[in-house]
Design a binder for this molecule. Structure first.
Ligand code: URA
Length: 209
């Protein structure tokens, strides 16, 4: 079973409170989501392998450690996932960014892919899938299905807020995927919004509605 890692650092908790507040406008909302994503990047990359190299300081020769192994890929799920990209990239500037767009078919209620542009070497990268809200888990599960079909075998899911229902769904469908969240909220309401949540993340990021 994949792990669920709750990043309950005081800075993240503080910022998340203002992200949730309905009186926080889009500009501040975007800045806060960026800052929390940056802080989350620190923990999400904690298990990256290191290798030792030799360098010269101005004083002497010494050994230092650098990140080794697979390269990283950031995959925001459109559109709300876009809000997490800049924060992650500020810590992980060498990561490549791919995009996945999904919509829910009104008849089948199943997620359908409408856009996909991924780095050419996607199957060789460790992927960090970004979606601020893990609600039913439908989009995240479909996006992971899709990435696995393309040959990806190392995927982490990073969300700001998750509902228990979404975590269950992803864990059942993809037990190999670890989930990183800033908060696990109480439940979903009848419209599949997370309670207490923050409302519609895409609308709040982009000032729509
Ligand atoms: N997507 C959102 O943006 N908000 C929710 O509460 C659930 C899904």
């Amino acid at each position: 079973m994949g792990k669920v890692i709750v990043l309950d650092h005081p800075l993240i908790k503080h910022k998340l409170t203002f992200i949730r507040d309905k009186n926080t406008g889009s500009k501040e909302f975007r800045e806060l989501v960026k800052e929390v994503s940056m802080l989350m990047a620190y923990e999400v990359t904690r298990d990256l392998p290191l290798e030792e190299i030799e360098i010269e300081t101005p004083i002497t020769t010494t050994k230092g450690q650098i990140i080794s192994g697979k390269k990283l890929g950031l995959i925001p799920i459109l559109r709300a996932g876009l809000g997490m990209v800049d924060g992650m990239l500020s810590i992980l500037p060498a990561a490549k960014v791919g995009h996945i767009g999904l919509y829910r078919d009104p008849e089948t209620l199943k997620p359908v892919e409408y856009y996909c542009k991924l780095p050419y070497d996607i199957e060789e990268r460790e992927l960090i899938l970004l979606d601020p809200m893990l609600a039913t888990g439908g989009s995240a599960t479909a996006a992971i299905d899709f990435l696995k079909e393309k040959g990806c075998n190392s995927i982490k899911l990073v969300c700001l807020i998750a509902a228990p229902e979404g975590i269950d769904a992803v864990q059942k469908a993809h037990p190999d995927v670890d989930i990183y969240v800033a908060s696990i909220d109480e439940k979903l309401n009848e419209d599949a919004y997370i309670v207490p949540g923050l409302g519609d993340a895409g609308d709040r990021l982009f000032g729509t509605k």
